[in-house]
Ligand binder design. Structure first.
Ligand code: RB5
Length: 145
């Protein structure tokens, strides 16, 4: 599975930790930046990862900023993106099973490293439940058009 990663300066360090974790667990990574802790604008990286998913350059995305909020709001502006900010493993599993989220958003100033990796694993190991959930996702897609 190919995972697209993106972060602003607030999420850079956690993005690097997640990258290492994913590589150790045999995921393929595409890193859309940022590449340092120097201040940047989070929408840019939310758009990069959102567009990467829509262009099928990756299967799922993970974005990180200070809170996970700004970068998820930006990613969700890309048509077809369902980015979910998660603060625990249950939310991450539900984001995949019920919401078919294609991007996980994390707040580096909200969750510690251990919890972040637990959330990442829960997100990547879950899959969409379909059925009634598909009907609800379709309503969102129709509205988006
Ligand atoms: C940057 O300081 C911070 O605003 C950003 O990382 C994020 O938390 C925005 O939602």
């Amino acid at each position: 599975m190919i995972i697209a990663l993106g972060a602003d300066h607030g999420g850079f360090e956690l993005k690097e930790i997640i990258k290492k974790h994913l590589l150790e667990n045999n995921y393929e990574i595409k890193d859309y930046g940022t590449d340092s802790a120097q201040s940047v604008d989070y929408p840019v990286y939310g758009f990069y990862v959102g567009e990467a998913i829509i262009k099928q350059e990756a299967d799922l995305g993970i974005v990180v900023c200070g809170t996970g909020l700004g970068i998820s709001i930006a990613a969700n502006k890309v048509r077809g993106i369902r980015a979910a900010v998660c603060t625990n493993g249950y939310m991450a599993r539900m984001a995949r099973e019920h919401n078919n989220a294609n991007i996980l958003a994390l707040g580096a100033r909200v969750v510690g490293e251990g919890l972040a990796l637990e959330i990442v694993d829960a997100f990547l190991q879950a899959s969409f439940g379909g059925e009634r959930h598909a009907r609800r996702i379709n309503l969102i897609s129709e509205y988006e058009k």
